[in-house]
Ligand binder design. Structure first.
Ligand SMILES: Nc1ncnc2c1ncn2[C@@H]1O[C@H](COP(=O)(O)OP(=O)(O)O)[C@@H](O)[C@H]1O
Ligand code: SF4
Ligand SMILES: [Mg+2]
Length: 324
């Protein structure tokens, strides 16, 4: 029997309320993550990556309309009450965002923030929480964790603060860690160190990982599988090796052109001629990538390609390349 995936996203759609009515930012996302997997959602800024992650976490505000289903360990997040959501997240999911500065409380010491998080999740004494806080900082490979406990966020470097955020994310011993652009704000050397820690942590602790990134180097370094997003949809998905060595979608190919050194971190996605469609621009009637696609033919402007299996990959294109 195939084991149940840890995360199963089915036909996820997100629309935001705007002055022009509800406009769709994410459409028809299907994604599964098994308990031992690391998956990357990759795409240009504005492609709907964060909206997808926030929908998975049930964290979108009331101006967003979410459709479809998101099962976390078999429980549907879409339509769950605020209370159910808090307990699902508290028990199962850790989150790390791009900007640790914005996520940490500037007037609380690192110890106070970790202890507060731990005691919110677990029925433990203050003394035990303090001991656990130290263990978590060690897991996140923060140097000199004992004295860092007494520091305030502004006394730490950006990399150290991100390690504190990793420690906080581990407080509930999550099954799944969602990291949205976890290293984007850091310089390249620190990025590489934090990615190594993240990789080691997820392997040692047996967590699944969903990494959201615009950096193919980050996806390549951390993830078993890549899903490439364009204009709110997944347009190519497969094992990292297959997608990067044999990209079949013209968008993935364009992203990879000019980036032969995938080991390099911190490169912005290569800019491709033209711009992505604006939110809500005619969807479903043609391929969203057609105005920028070098391989586009007439049929690409008449209908939208479905995501289909091609070899060992999935691709949404009428004229895909040769798969792995
Ligand atoms: N709260 C919101 N209200 C209106 N539009 C939004 C909101 N959040 C995101 N968007 C729009 O949805 C699209 C996808 O955004 P996002 O998921 O943040 O992209 P990414 O994370 O890939 O950069 C963008 O066009 C963005 O402007
Ligand atoms: S469907 Fe057509 S326009 Fe769209 S990516 Fe494929 S070849 Fe390009
Ligand atoms: Mg984002």
């Amino acid at each position: 029997m195939t084991p149940q995936p840890l995360l199963s996203v089915e036909r996820l759609g997100v629309a935001f309320q705007t002055r022009s009515g509800y406009l769709s930012a994410v459409r028809d996302i299907d994604l599964t993550i098994n308990s031992d997997e690391a998956v990357a959602l990759v795409g240009e800024s504005g492609s709907g990556k964060s909206a997808t992650a926030l929908a998975i976490l049930g964290l979108l505000g009331t101006t967003a309309r979410v459709q479809g289903e998101v099962f976390l360990n078999g429980i549907n997040v879409v339509g769950a009450s605020a209370r159910q959501l808090r307990s699902i997240r508290a028990a199962r999911v850790g989150i790390v965002f791009q900007d640790p500065q914005a996520s940490l409380n500037p007037v609380m010491t690192i110890e106070a923030q970790l202890v507060e998080t731990l005691r919110a999740h677990l029925d433990i004494t203050r003394a035990r929480a303090k001991q656990r806080a130290l263990e978590l900082l060690e897991l996140a490979e923060l140097t000199d964790p004992n004295s860092r406990l007494r520091s305030y966020p502004h006394e730490l470097s950006g990399g150290m603060r991100q390690r504190v955020m990793l420690a906080i994310a581990l407080a509930c011993t999550p099954d799944l860690l969602i990291a949205d652009e976890p290293t984007t704000a850091l310089d390249v050397t620190v990025q590489a160190q934090i990615l190594d820690t993240l990789d080691r942590m997820r392997r040692d602790l047996g967590m699944a990982l969903l990494v959201i990134t615009h950096d193919l180097g980050v996806a390549n370094r951390l993830c078993d599988r890549i899903a490439v997003m364009y204009a709110g949809r997944i347009v190519e998905e497969g094992a990292t090796r297959h997608v990067l060595d044999h990209p079949t979608h013209p968008y993935t190919r364009a992203l990879l052109e000019g980036q032969p050194q995938l080991a390099d971190l911190g490169r912005r996605l290569r800019s491709i001629k033209g711009s992505p469609p604006v939110l809500g621009e005619a969807q479903g009637e043609s391929c969203s990538f057609a105005p920028r696609c070098a391989s586009a033919t007439e049929d690409c402007h008449d209908d939208e390609p479905e995501l289909r299996k091609l070899g060992r990959q999935l691709v949404a294109c009428f004229h895909p390349g040769v798969p792995a």
